[in-house]
Design a protein around this ligand. Structure first.
Ligand code: GDP
Length: 544
């Protein structure tokens, strides 16, 4: 009997809870070049979603040739768009959320992390914790996302693994709990010891007469075969190292991991597909299924349980023109409860609009497929024409609202002009489209006809210019704006209106018609903040 029919045989609520319990929705966080793409590909391989390594790139290339603006990805060697890949393996349904690595796209990454129930932190064994790793780790901690650590590139000269654990403990304030322990690194990398099972997993070098297929694990103690992989001195060194680290570190405790105090440590080489099966097994065994999510129903605070009958979810990403032939816009919905079936109607909480979800998509690594059903933890893509926005809460009744996804205050604000003035109207639509996707933020000053575009990094403007040219045939010029910072206003309506009235020339509205104060410097924010103590000047906006 399959897991699904076993679940269906029980009571419906139990069935829903059981389906949710087998979901593992996770993202990979890392500093550029640590090996995220390579690991993604090899996890898909380990999960049986693809047959040969090289397909993720190949698929990327295909997409790039079909979509011109992705040239920028190729030229820069970065990945601009995040997506999700789903695979069913060993009784678990894995949803791997892909996050762009370049720091200019951190806002997109932050949003994607709101949909992750766990994260794999990839470290380059020679470099340890790098700045971007730390930044993303902090977001995970803020959102209570448990972290699994994968120490990659063991086939290269690595730092002393004990020093890497110390760095995790001191920089991240996390207890590292190694589940494996490596035998050497680089040229002397022989494999790793499974500390829980006392088995040695040999690493095969790729040589002229070996295809590099890794041999099966062997008993570390009490067998003869270990001698063919480790010399006596190496055996002893590994034994002592393993003993030392086990004495020095706390044993793995799943509860401590789920609460964010501990991280299980895996070692390997993504490129050589070593340690990746063990990592996937660890994610399946220890990473959490979707949890209760805070929300409000008809204004009353409540928690949405994955086993609840009502189908609910939130949009964490919108991506346009994935298929340029269709000019489609796909909203990625993370389901938080219920059993979703194709064709069902869901309502958007803030607009009250209802939509029939007739063509939901699930992203299996090799292809897109129509999703017939999906459960809490899953991510489905909903094609739509601008109805769905990042941060939207969807449910059957339409009365449920999740604590919103934040919009981050942009760090660079520029004025945008179109070269051909006859196309000004066209520009407005295009800018709104990109802002709905969350690529950039759009502000319309109360005075004047200009648009101000905000982004967290310079590269976002380049991507935007490229997309405007290729997708909307608009040649634009970005110019410096007098503004340095944008703040959303909070507080009593009367106080906000009073402030806005007195600062009309510095006020703008965002894409949701919410008032935004554009400041010329951060000093100015401090200054007005002191004079208007009842008004809150917020760096993030929770979508309502
Ligand atoms: P990303 O920027 O984090 O996505 O990193 P990539 O997956 O693109 O990897 C960056 C570089 O490191 C590429 O040249 C990879 O081939 C290489 N790489 C990734 N994993 C390993 C590994 O385990 N061993 C070695 N030797 N190289 C690796």
């Amino acid at each position: 009997m399959s897991i699904s029919s076993a679940a269906d045989a029980a009571s419906p609520r139990q069935g829903l809870a059981a389906q949710a319990a087998r979901r593992r929705t996770f993202a990979i966080i890392s500093h550029p070049d640590a090996g995220k793409t390579t690991l993604t590909e090899n996890l898909l391989l380990a999960g049986g979603a693809i047959r040969a390594a090289g397909q993720v790139r190949a698929r990327g290339e295909n997409r790039r040739t079909r979509s011109d603006w992705m040239k920028i990805e190729r030229e820069r060697g970065i990945s601009v768009s995040a997506s999700v890949m789903t695979f069913d393996h060993d009784g678990k349904m894995f949803n791997l959320l892909d996050t762009p690595g370049h720091e200019d796209f951190s806002e997109d990454t932050y949003r994607t992390l709101t949909a992750a129930d766990a994260a794999v932190m990839v470290l380059d064994a020679a470099k340890g914790i790098e700045p971007q790793t730390l930044k993303l780790f902090e977001v995970c901690r803020l959102r209570d996302i448990p972290i699994v650590t994968f120490i990659n590139k063991m086939d290269r000269e690595a730092q002393d693994p004990i020093a890497l654990l110390d760095e995790i403990a001191s920089k991240l304030a996390l207890d590292p709990a190694p589940l494996y322990w490596p035998a050497g690194s680089g040229n002397r990398f022989k494999g790793m010891l499974d500390l829980q099972r006392d088995m040695f997993i040999p690493f095969a070098k790729k040589t002229a007469d070996s295809d590099g297929e890794h041999p099966e694990p062997v008993a570390f103690h009490g067998g003869n075969s270990i001698a063919s992989y480790l010399e006596e001195g190496e055996h002893q060194e590994l034994e002592e190292g393993a003993m030392l680290v086990q004495e020095a570190s706390k044993p793995f405790d799943r509860q401590a991991f789920l609460e964010g105090h501990m991280t299980p440590i895996f070692f390997g080489s993504a490129l050589r597909h070593f340690g990746v099966d063990q990592l996937l097994e660890g994610i399946g065994a220890y990473a959490p299924p979707p949890k209760t999510v805070k929300a409000a129903k008809s204004g009353e605070p409540m928690g949405v349980e994955p086993g609840d009958k009502e189908v609910t979810g939130f949009v964490f990403k919108v991506q346009a023109n994935m298929d340029p032939n269709h000019r489609d816009r796909i909203a990625f919905l993370k389901l938080t409860s219920g059993k979703f079936s194709r064709g069902m109607k869901l309502k958007v909480q803030n607009t009250g609009r209802q939509l029939s979800v007739n063509a939901p998509i699930m992203f299996f690594a090799s292809d897109r497929e129509l999703a017939e059903e999906a459960f809490a933890g899953d991510v489905i893509g909903i094609p739509n024409h601008g109805v769905l926005r990042v941060g939207d809460s969807l449910s059957e009744t339409g009365t449920l609202r999740f604590a919103g996804l934040p919009n981050f205050a942009p760090e660079i604000l520029q004025r945008v002009r179109v070269k051909d003035p006859l196309k000004a109207k066209h520009l407005k639509k295009a800018l709104e489209g990109l802002a709905e996707e969350g690529v950039t933020q759009l502000f319309r000053p109360n005075i004047g006809a200009d648009f101000i575009v905000g982004a967290v990094g310079q590269l976002q403007f380049e991507v935007m210019a490229d997309r405007l040219a290729n997708e909307y045939q608009l040649e634009v010029i970005f110019e410096p704006s007098p503004y340095a910072e944008a703040r959303w206003l909070g507080g009593d309506k009367a106080d906000v209106e009073d402030f806005a009235g007195k600062h009309r020339s510095a006020m703008a509205t965002d894409i949701d018609e919410q008032p935004v104060f554009l400041a010329k410097s951060s000093w100015e924010i401090g200054y007005v903040g002191e004079r208007y103590p009842k008004v809150r000047f917020e760096r993030t906006k929770e979508r309502t």
